[in-house]
Design a protein around this ligand. Structure first.
Ligand code: DAH
Length: 342
């Protein structure tokens, strides 16, 4: 009886040793623990069986089971410590970072729109222009009325507007997301009076159907010169100088009559655009004209003494042309692969 029992213990010890040897992960070790040390393990059965022995046999059976239990516990603890150390070392090896070496190179780059904006600012500051800035949430009056676009004027339909607040009677109290940078003409003339020479780059908003060439958010820049004796010749000369400096070569351009309520006469300017491998074509690039006397008056500038020219154009468009980007949605995505090309 006793001998049979002791043989079972010895078989079980052999089995446990083999099982423990094949354990390679902490999960497998947990299964081992429940199988060999758990409440339903053979060990518990052995412990219960002790009471069936005679007192004399118990003196042999008891310590034998206890030593088997200790043997399995020791084996478990040793294995656990080996596996935990290995797991920690693996994690440390993976997370390890040599801070004395330079970090992985994910280099930032300037956005193509910024490149274009800075280039334009550079060209105009060299010609003595100042750079004006203003808020994107603008009064309805600055964005429309002061620019000679009254509420009922059909020209308002040209610019699908996001209103922020339109509950007031007085358009000076209503607010819109500015639909163009022309509002900076008004702000600057009201703040500084004449004479004036400035450009105003900035972000503008339109409530539009979105596609590859239309976005609800895009960039423009505005140019305004007000002084005594300003004529169309100054407008033409400035545009010519600007285009030549921007494209870094003489650019063929033409004026066509155009309508904008804040200029009279109003013009549209096309440039001759050629991409290698494609036939050249006229591209509509900017709106321009002589500042309307009503606009000057709205800004407390005497139209009998002063005259001015203005033009506005899409910075986004210019960036797309410069870098041959055919879908403007690229410009609004924070994709390093795209941005790092510039
Ligand atoms: N504000 C016009 C637009 O967003 C562009 C424009 C046209 C600006 C004529 C001007 C101008 O300064 O004279 O479409």
């Amino acid at each position: 009886m006793l001998q049979e029992f002791l043989d079972q213990l010895s078989d079980w010890q052999t089995k446990a040793t083999a099982a423990l040897e094949s354990v390679e992960t902490l999960e497998a070790l947990m299964s081992f623990q429940s199988e060999f040390l758990g409440k339903k393990s053979a060990l518990q059965t052995f412990l219960k069986q002790i009471k069936d022995f005679s007192p004399e046999e118990k003196r042999a059976a008891g310590p034998a089971v206890q030593s088997l239990q200790q043997f399995i516990r020791d084996g478990f603890a040793t294995k656990q410590s080996v596996l935990e150390t290995a797991a920690l070392e693996a994690r440390l090896a993976e997370d390890w970072l040599d801070t004395t070496k330079s970090l992985p190179r994910v280099q930032g780059a300037m956005h193509p729109l910024s490149h274009v904006q800075y280039k334009i600012e550079d060209i105009f500051t060299r010609m003595g222009f100042q750079i004006a800035d203003g808020p994107e949430v603008e009064t309805e009056w600055n964005n429309f009325d002061a620019l000679n676009i009254p509420p009922t004027h059909p020209a308002r339909d040209m610019q699908d507007t996001f209103f922020v607040d339109r509950q007031h009677e007085d358009s000076r109290q209503n607010t819109v997301l500015r639909t163009h940078t022309s509002n900076l003409q008004i702000r600057s003339m009201l703040e500084q009076g004449a004479p004036l020479r400035l450009i105003a780059p900035g972000r503008v908003y339109r409530n539009e159907e979105l596609d590859a060439t239309h976005d609800a958010v895009f960039y423009q820049f505005e140019c305004l010169v007000v002084d005594e004796g300003i004529s169309m010749a100054h407008l033409k000369g400035t545009i010519e100088k600007f285009l030549e400096a921007f494209f870094e070569k003489p650019v063929k351009f033409r004026f066509r009559p155009g309508y904008f309520p804040f200029v009279e006469p109003g013009l549209e300017v096309d440039i001759w655009f050629e991409v290698p491998g494609k036939p050249g074509k006229w591209l509509e690039l900017l709106g321009a004209g002589m500042v309307h006397p009503e606009v000057l008056k709205n800004c407390n500038i005497d139209p009998d003494k002063y005259s001015g020219f203005a033009f506005g154009l899409g910075l986004t468009r210019l960036a797309m042309m410069t870098y041959s980007i055919d879908d403007l949605r690229w410009l609004n995505q924070p994709k390093v692969d795209f941005l790092s090309q510039f």
